[in-house]
Each structure stands twice: as structure tokens, then as C-alpha cells.
Design a protein around this ligand. Structure first.
Ligand SMILES: Cc1cc2nc3c(=O)[nH]c(=O)nc-3n(C[C@H](O)[C@H](O)[C@H](O)COP(=O)(O)OP(=O)(O)OC[C@H]3O[C@@H](n4cnc5c(N)ncnc54)[C@H](O)[C@@H]3O)c2cc1C
Length: 396
């Protein structure tokens, strides 16, 4: 039987960075189980590639503590490894007068969180992003940057494998537990001392094997993107984001110029019907009934969720998507954008008891099992700092 000190389930950014941190602290034997045949099949390989900069999150949250730190560590990692990094900053614009108070609130939060931001007037905005449009004021974030998420995953994999103390087993889902120290996998049983659940969209199910997080469940939200025609990509320098609704965890459809110079518009946050429902019907299985049941409960009891379900699905229709995007910029025509093949699913943890969307990262540890639940955005940005936090507070 295989034996290990640490068994990590899920080789997304969270699992890989925790493994790396453990190695740096001297761990001798780590096995990572990944159900897919390679890296980046899910959120970590399908995101916008933006390093966020600690603006949106209330100061007492893990997101606020870890986002900016993670951003700076990830920038350093990219420089060290010679990976693409574009420090283009971002502007947050107000679509009308009603958004100004939230914009100012974001400015204050950012300062409290240590982020470097400036309030811009319309003239100053035009100097940064000539095509962005705002009502009187905009916020500029200095540290927002773009990276190549897949290149980062590959570099982390290389670090881990070079150490020879880590085994990364692809095509190896955790199937069940034989007992509290033995995992069942297609490779046979694996005996572990410490279990670490970083299974992304399946983290609730994995936690349920340990009788943990029974009151939590994931609802998937689909992020679709459109791409700006290459001839128009000069119209965006970096990132143009709207003032978000701070009552839900999504940031709203925005413009991002990626490290290749392509401008993507999105992602949406459309309630989906499967944890991997990337196509219209693809990725839907019998769990759909449970997902719909929980969506109906949230729809009835949670006004913020109700608003998301009323607004977001319309964006499947290009006309509505365009209308949403057009509110951020001066010049945009419907035929400048095409639907991009890129689709991501954001697994959002909900509390079944409180009928609430969980807004912060959630970590649960019981004896020898540790569960990272709700590694939602900005978990990619935060990952290197998150890994230090996990090892310092739970695994040392
Ligand atoms: C559309 C979109 C845009 C986003 N944009 C940004 C952004 O710009 N910046 C940012 O910071 N964040 C962004 N995010 C969020 C970010 O991508 C996620 O927070 C982060 O990738 C989560 O990482 P993870 O390792 O927890 O999950 P994942 O990347 O999903 O990794 C989990 C892994 O676990 C594996 N797994 C699941 N079950 C099992 C099992 N039973 N056995 C073995 N393996 C299993 C899966 O196959 C998967 O590879 C975005 C997310 C989406 C969807």
C-alpha cells in the first residue's frame, strides 16, 4: 500500500501552492491526487488571469488579508521563473451617479487593505484608458496585473516534481475513504497522516466523506466570455471593471487585455446546472435536480441571488451581453465582439442553513483532515499567500 505524510486531493492552484509551501518547510512525502489527466481543466486553467489587488474585500476577511500579499508573491514568482506578467493596472468605473457612493467605499476599503489606488476624474481616466467611460470619478488600481495562469500551473508542477518528494497522480480521483487514514483511489489504497482537500468544485463532496461541511453545498455559476476583434484591441490598455454589487461575490462583466494582447469581455455569473457544465448541456448529470432545488430555495429566500438569476442568464443573448459591456466604454459596436470558446465555472459555496452565498474563503480543520472550501476568486491571486496561511495556522 502507498503511504504518505500528506495526501492532497486536487491539483488546482490551491493544491499545488500548498504542496510547494509544505516542501519549503521540509515535508518529506506528499502525494497529490488529480482526477483529470492534466493540469488546468477547471477553474485554475479557465480564469481571467488577473492578479487582483485587494480592493473589494471587507478588511476583516481572509480575502482582504491574502489577496494583495498573494498578488505580490505571484508577481515575484513570475519574475523569478521568467513567466509572462503584464503590470497594466485597472480602472473601476461608475456607470451612473448611483454607483458613486460604492466607488468611494471601494476606495476606502482599498486603502484599509493596503492597496495602492487613486481616485481619478474623467480627464485622468482618459489618460489611463481613453475608451473607458465613467460618471465623474473612477478608481485606479496600481497593482492589478495579468498573468498566464496555465504557465504558472506548469511551473509549480515542475517545482514539485524536481523535489522528488512529491508524486502527482493524474487520472486519480479520490473515490472514498476506507478508514480515517486510508483513501481509496484507482491506484489502490493510500495511507496518509494528513489529508488536505483542495478539490475545487468538489470540495464539499470530499469533505462529506469526513462528515464535515454537511450544511454546505456548491452552486455552479457559468462564466462566458466574448472576445474583441484583434483590430480593436488597442482600445483597451489593461482592465476596465464596473462598480460591482458588493452584496454578491461577482465583479461584473469587464474588459481584460491578456498577456497575448487579446481583449476578453466577461465573465458572466450565470447559474449553471452542473459542476462542470461548460457547454449548454455538457456536464449535466443527475445532480441537476439537487442544484435546481437549492437554486429555488435561494431564489425564494435570498434577494441577492434572486437578482443574479434575473440579470445574468440574459447575457447568453449577445445583444444583452453587448449592452452590459457598452456601459463601460465610449466606443463599442456589436460586431466588434464574438463569443469566445473560453468558459469557466465558479463553484460558489452556499450555506444551506442560512441560505446565503458564502463571501469569504472557508477553511475547516478537524484532527488530521483539512478542507479548503469556497476557494473562489481571488483564490488564484491569493494562492501563494493562502498556502503560507494554511501551513502557518493549520499544518505547523
Ligand atoms: C471564469 C472565472 C474567472 C476567474 N477569474 C479570476 C481571476 O482573474 N483572478 C483570480 O484570482 N481568480 C479568478 N477566478 C477564481 C480562480 O480561478 C479560483 O478561485 C481558483 O482557480 C480555485 O483554485 P482551486 O485549486 O481551488 O480549484 P480548481 O482549479 O478547480 O482545482 C481543483 C482540482 O481538483 C480536482 N478534483 C476535484 N475532485 C477531485 C477528486 N475527487 N479527486 C481528485 N481530484 C479532484 C479537479 O479536477 C481540479 O483540477 C476565476 C474563476 C472563474 C471560473
Amino acid at each position: 500500500m502507498k503511504e504518505t505524510d500528506y495526501l492532497i486531493v486536487g491539483a488546482g492552484i490551491v493544491g499545488l501552492t500548498i504542496a510547494r509551501e509544505l516542501l519549503e518547510r521540509g515535508a518529506e512525502k506528499i502525494i497529490i491526487l488529480e482526477k483529470e489527466e492534466g493540469l488546468g481543466f477547471h477553474a485554475s486553467g479557465r480564469n481571467s488571469g488577473v492578479l487582483h489587488a485587494g480592493i473589494y474585500y471587507p478588511p476583516n476577511t481572509l480575502k482582504a488579508q491574502l489577496c494583495l500579499k498573494g498578488n505580490l508573491l505571484m508577481q515575484e514568482y513570475c519574475l523569478q521563473k521568467n513567466l509572462p506578467l503584464m503590470r497594466a493596472g485597472k480602472v473601476i468605473v461608475a456607470r451612473d451617479e448611483s454607483e458613486l457612493p460604492t466607488l468611494l467605499q471601494l476606495h476606502d476599503r482599498a486603502i484599509e487593505n493596503g492597496a495602492k489606488v487613486d481616485l481619478l476624474d474623467e480627464q485622468q481616466l482618459a489618460e489611463k484608458e481613453p475608451n473607458a467611460k465613467t460618471y465623474k470619478k473612477a478608481l485606479y488600481s496600481h497593482y492589478t496585473a495579468m498573468v498566464d495562469n496555465k504557465a504558472i500551473l506548469n511551473a509549480l508542477q515542475q517545482d514539485l516534481l524536481q523535489s522528488v518528494r512529491v508524486q502527482l497522480l493524474f487520472g486519480s480521483p479520490l473515490q472514498s475513504l476506507k478508514d480515517e487514514f486510508t483513501a481509496i483511489t484507482p491506484q489502490g489504497p493510500i495511507r496518509f497522516k494528513q489529508f488536505i482537500n483542495t478539490a475545487g468544485a468538489y470540495a464539499d463532496r470530499v469533505a462529506h466523506h469526513f462528515g464535515i461541511a454537511k450544511d454546505y453545498y456548491f452552486i455552479p455559476f457559468k462564466g462566458i466570455y466574448h472576445k474583441l476583434a484583434a483590430s480593436k484591441s488597442h482600445l483597451v490598455n489593461g482592465n476596465i471593471y464596473p462598480v460591482p454589487n458588493l452584496g454578491n461575490p461577482f465583479l461584473g462583466v469587464h474588459f481584460t487585455k491578456n498577456i497575448h494582447g487579446d481583449v476578453y469581455v466577461g465573465p458572466t455569473a450565470i447559474p449553471a446546472f452542473g459542476r462542470e457544465n461548460y457547454g449548454l448541456l455538457k456536464g449535466i448529470d443527475k445532480e441537476i435536480f439537487n442544484i435546481i432545488k437549492n437554486e429555488i430555495i435561494l431564489y425564494i429566500f435570498n434577494p441577492e441571488f434572486r437578482k443574479v438569476t434575473m440579470d445574468e442568464p440574459k447575457k447568453y443573448v449577445s445583444r444583452y451581453f453587448f449592452r452590459d459591456a457598452k456601459r463601460l466604454v465610449k466606443a463599442l459596436e456589436p460586431d466588434w465582439m464574438v463569443r469566445a470558446p473560453k468558459v469557466g465555472i465558479r463553484p460558489q459555496l452556499i450555506s444551506l442553513k442560512d441560505k446565503k452565498l458564502m463571501m469569504d474563503f472557508l477553511v475547516v480543520k478537524e484532527r488530521h483532515s483539512l478542507h479548503i472550501l469556497n476557494a473562489i476568486s481571488p483564490a488564484f491571486t491569493s494562492s501563494l499567500a493562502f498556502a503560507k496561511h494554511i501551513v502557518d495556522n493549520y499544518l505547523s
